[in-house]
Design a protein. Sequence first.
Length: 231
Amino acid sequence: MSAVATTRLGRLLGYDGIIATLLLGSFRYFLVSLSFVCCLVPMLAFQALVGWQATHTALWLGAAAVLTVAPALHGLTQAAAGLLDGEPHVARIFWAAFAGAVRHRWGSALVLSGAVLVLGYDVALLGADANVLLGAVAVAAVIAMVVVAAAFLTDSPLRGAGFAIAAARIVLQRPHLALVWLLVSALAALATTLPVVGAVGWLSAPALAAVAATICNRALGFGRSRQRVGA
């Protein structure tokens, strides 16, 4: 075998070759997605065991089940930035950001849980007709955009109401970004419903969606928006 062929084979199959790099990168995405799905276990368990019911118990349990969603989004956005920047320990970044959000951003979790509870009671009391459902979906979309904006503000020094206002201002200043977040999230959710490969989608879609959203943020001036909000 010639030296040139040996060199090319080494680049392809070596420890630092193309295949090893791709496998390691895929494993990092898998770890981030798996970490995010683990945080959604309470919500998934509620959906499987209880589901939507117009009862006080079900509504309160459903609200409690989403308490981990906002901290998980904080961790996911930070880990996505780490994936883009080539950080080696993205799972550690995720759980460190999750723990930090639980300690310092617990208001985001309570606001999201409260919103779910209020929307649930609205649908239960007013009925599930088209107008009520459309209004609930619209409100839920706005809340989702603000929660995602808050997740991208993990490193902000703001606290409490100031933090919530900053997240809302980002949505108002960059509505095209908010729509991108919703679109990317919807595509990721739809990918998990595909036959055969849908179950595997849970182990890749969250990280891929977060990385796509982070790329869009950097390309569409999210950093400049954050600077103005923090000013």
